[in-house]
Design a binder for this molecule. Structure first.
Ligand code: PAN
Ligand code: ZN
Length: 197
């Protein structure tokens, strides 16, 4: 017989997301090695005070078909060299799964990319909902001067595949130039061959 799960009530602060989460994952500068252009600047940050780049707060939902997983991500303001603080970025393990991002606070970009390297961005600010269709890898970037917070909702069985991004990077990077966020080609990008996209 199927085990029936009990409904869950979650309090959401409309600026900072899920209140009293079951789990919080922190990503500090140390955890972001290999992700930024300026490796020396990252090294310096790590040895200075290894700042928090972002944190993900979630509720325990079974990672199974039929469920919807939701969490809050908060990315700190800051840069590594002239590259803004950002999430690692990933494809879903089950690549035919979509995701919804709803911005609560701050501003930034949702950067998406197909396996073939086609790129799309959505400028996020409070109230903007970004829909990530199936097959698009995704990363978020805080281009503002305060915390960038958003809620995410994804299918329970989506999973996270970090390997592709770790190996190949994104085709584009977001840099600060003359006080503005500018999307540039990533000189370190190494494309992957694939039929999708
Ligand atoms: C999000 C991300 C979250 C952190 O919940 O997992 O923003 O980014 P990374 O997972 O790339 O570190 C999501 O897209 N889940 O599928
Ligand atoms: Zn995702």
């Amino acid at each position: 017989m199927e085990k029936l799960m009990e409904p869950i009530r979650t309090l959401v602060d409309l600026k900072r997301g899920i209140v009293d989460p079951d789990r919080v994952t922190e990503r500090k500068a140390y955890d972001m090695q290999g992700m930024y252009q300026d490796e020396l600047a990252l090294k310096k940050l790590v040895s200075k005070d290894n700042p928090l780049i972002y944190q993900v707060s979630g509720v325990n939902i079974p990672e199974e078909t039929g469920h919807i997983i939701y969490s809050t991500t908060i990315i700190s303001p800051g840069k590594v060299g002239n590259e803004y603080f950002m999430s690692k970025g990933h494809f879903h393990v089950k690549e035919d799964t979509a995701e919804i991002y709803l911005c609560l606070e701050g501003e930034g970009y949702l950067l998406m990319q197909t396996r073939k390297g086609r790129v799309s961005t959505i400028h996020m600010k409070p109230g903007i909902l970004g829909y990530i269709p199936p097959y698009w890898g995704h990363r978020t970037i805080n281009t503002g001067n305060k915390e960038f917070a958003f809620l995410t909702f994804s299918p329970g069985d989506a999973g996270h595949n970090y390997e592709v991004i770790q190996k190949c990077g994104f085709a584009k990077i977001m840099l600060e130039e003359d006080g503005r966020a500018v999307l540039k080609d990533n000189p370190k990008y190494t494309p992957l061959d694939s039929q999708i996209g």
